[in-house]
Design a protein around this ligand. Sequence first.
Ligand SMILES: NC(=O)C1=CN([C@@H]2O[C@H](COP(=O)(O)OP(=O)(O)OC[C@H]3O[C@@H](n4cnc5c(N)ncnc54)[C@H](OP(=O)(O)O)[C@@H]3O)[C@@H](O)[C@H]2O)C=CC1
Ligand SMILES: O=C(O)[C@@H]1CCC=N1
Length: 264
Amino acid sequence: MSKKIAVIGGGNLGTAIVEGILQSGFSKAEDITVTKRNIATLTSLKEKGVTVITDNNKAVKDAEIVILAIKPFQIKDVLAGIVKDLSPDQILISVVTGIFIKDMQEVIKKKMPIFRAMPNTAIAIRESMTCLSSAHASEEQVTLVKDLFCTVGKVTVIEEKLMDAATVLGACGTAYAMRYVRANIQGGIEIGFDAATASLIAAQTVKGAAELLLQKGTHPEQEIDKVTTPKGCTIAGLNEMEHQGFSSSLIKGISTSYEKILKG
Ligand SMILES: NC(=O)C1=CN([C@@H]2O[C@H](COP(=O)(O)OP(=O)(O)OC[C@H]3O[C@@H](n4cnc5c(N)ncnc54)[C@H](OP(=O)(O)O)[C@@H]3O)[C@@H](O)[C@H]2O)C=CC1
Ligand SMILES: O=C(O)[C@@H]1CCC=N1
């Protein structure tokens, strides 16, 4: 049955979540409310039948599931503002980076099911990777939240202490992947393709490579072995990329993103 959902913070991720949920049919448009202070940017969701308002309290009062999608520095004030409308029979889900369940608990000061979810922007097209952790949730509530995110991509349940790492690998990862694709497009143009053709080839090739790993469960090096002809062009290019620090720069970038979350 369609669940009543309130998304507090209809920004990049909040709207992507709503778009994904609408496509999946997990909740109907009339059961979804999105809030933000300037609602002029949410006309396309409004046109789809989603309730778009500025009043967080009104949105929370009517909801079975409340999703917090504001910036980390906003969460304490926003939570303090809605705490009187939160009840233990609701489910609170935060997608906010770097804010722990205990931080939210300090503001809420009552026991209620709290989830942290770390999806990525591909949730808009139901291709998210979402990492989940929770506190004070029944088995039934965990199943419900898993079901929600399973309708918009893949889900794994992790310990909360891994949530910052999940943010980097799963959420920042979308941006890293885009840079990889962009570099392929730039290279593709240099060797002769127009931008649109290079873009199509680069994106579909990356999609196909990812699907090989997901569908066959193989290790990337197994798949690389199938592409690299001895003395061929693939290994020549791959080795040059490694000489230029390809893997090393990615690993260092991932560690830098992680350190940045830890520093706050
Ligand atoms: N973008 C991403 O890929 C991912 C983001 N995250 C996390 O999700 C959270 C949201 O990120 P993102 O969507 O990118 O950020 P955005 O800035 O795009 O969205 C935040 C939204 O919150 C709204 N907002 C601010 N104050 C209030 C308030 N008092 N009441 C209601 N709404 C408010 C803002 O709109 P207005 O100013 O009009 O009120 C804004 O649209 C962050 O904590 C981020 O770390 C996690 C994973 C991936
Ligand atoms: O860059 C950020 O802070 C957020 C967290 C994950 C994606 N965007």
